[in-house]
Design a protein around this ligand. Structure first.
Ligand code: FAD
Ligand code: MG
Length: 339
């Protein structure tokens, strides 16, 4: 999750008039999915009521999805699945099944780097972070044994676990899915343009409050300022990083993203930013490239573009796909294209 700062957002005050023919209505939602959330509707001047109504329905959608998908809510569908014994069919809503099926495809596409069945490993490292003690080799071995798609069977109405210890962690895909559903509501409301942002991951479409494309700043993972500025229209952008959520043990920082191939936190990629047609795809690939590193840029599906930052503040390198470079308005001083 990273701060994708809307350059110039300060000028887009709630229903403040910007360009002669349109106005932006901004809705700041309190804590959605444990982080900040902002919705923007751009309408012809005088149509603010349409904007307010659409923003209200979009926020309601986000809250409804959070109550179903959150592993931070004890009685959500996904928490029920994680708590279920082996062999029991746990009923899931269509949206949850759609997310799990998309996650399974992503697991194949990313060669196992994106793996929602790594819940036991995520829990192990979060617990280690709370205790301040590194997990032992045998604990990692046990958690890896419980983290595999062969232990989760999807059906048309739900899912069955083939081990009580198996648990899914959809935090790397569900936020993107929710952003897409909320953006669907704004798109259908007949707005000039709109934006749905949760924790820096976002979809923007149509006309921004001013100009033709949405100016989006990518945060420098090791500094205070911006690393780059993107110009997007009708696309999603998601960032994964190790500087907002991480585990600290004995003064060393560990990424909150796990490399399922080792059972240990990914360690070489402080920040990945991905642009795609939808937020769920961008969300998945931001997590996956945090594991795969720059080499993963060669795996990107058609239409998915990315920038990968590796190394430390003083000896870092930045890699990107050709399409990502073309979307940059302001580039980092050194950036290498991987074809
Ligand atoms: P991403 O890269 O998008 O996701 C990383 C997360 O995915 C990790 O934190 C881990 O959970 C999981 N993961 C780790 N390794 C892998 C891997 N190799 N493959 C796949 N997944 C992996 N946070 C709170 O603090 N409080 C809340 O109440 C809360 N509620 C939430 C409710 C929902 C429905 C969701 C989806 C998330 C919620 N979160 C909450 C988590 C938070 O919103 C972010 O989703 C989380 O930090 C991951 O987003 P990210 O973009 O930082 O990292
Ligand atoms: Mg993400």
């Amino acid at each position: 999750m990273a701060l994708i700062v809307l350059v110039g957002i300060g000028i887009w005050k709630t229903s403040g008039r910007v360009d002669a023919d349109r106005v932006a209505v901004v809705r700041q939602c309190d804590r959605v999915m444990g982080t900040d959330c902002r919705l923007i509707a751009v309408v012809p001047y005088g149509r603010e009521a349409t904007a307010e109504d659409a923003l209200e329905r979009a926020e309601a959608m986000l809250r409804a999805l959070e109550s179903r998908l959150s592993t931070w809510i004890a009685d959500s569908e996904v928490s029920n699945l994680n708590a279920a014994p082996a062999g029991k069919l746990v009923p899931l809503s269509e949206g949850s099944i759609e997310i799990l099926r998309a996650a399974q495809r992503a697991w194949q596409q990313t060669g196992g780097a994106f793996d929602i069945t790594c819940g036991p490993l995520v829990q192990l490292w979060r617990r280690a972070g709370r205790r301040g003690v590194l997990p032992g080799q045998s604990e990692i071995h046990e958690a890896r044994k419980a983290s595999h798609w062969k232990l989760i069977e999807l059906t048309d109405t739900g899912a069955v676990k083939h081990s009580a210890a198996a648990r899914v962690d959809i935090d790397g895909i569900a936020k993107g899915y929710a952003i897409d559903r909320a953006a669907d509501i704004l798109r259908k409301a007949g707005l000039r343009g709109g934006l749905v942002e949760i924790g820096g991951d976002l979809v923007c479409f149509g006309q921004p409050p001013e100009g033709k494309t949405w100016p989006l700043g990518v945060k420098d993972p090791r500094g205070q300022g911006k690393l780059a500025t993107l110009r997007l229209r009708d696309e999603a952008v998601c960032t994964s990083g190790d500087y907002e959520r991480f585990i600290e043990i004995a003064g060393k920082r560990y990424h909150h993203i796990i490399d399922p191939r080792t059972g240990r936190p990914a360690d070489a990629v402080p920040s990945v930013t991905v642009v795609a047609a939808d937020a769920m795809t961008a969300d998945v690939w931001a997590t996956a490239l945090s594991v795969l590193g720059p080499e993963g840029l060669r795996r990107l599906p058609e239409g998915v573009e990315a920038m990968v930052v590796v190394g430390t503040a003083d000896d870092r390198r930045i890699f990107c796909s050709r399409g990502f470079l073309q979307r940059l308005e302001e580039r980092p001083d050194r950036i290498e294209v991987v074809e």
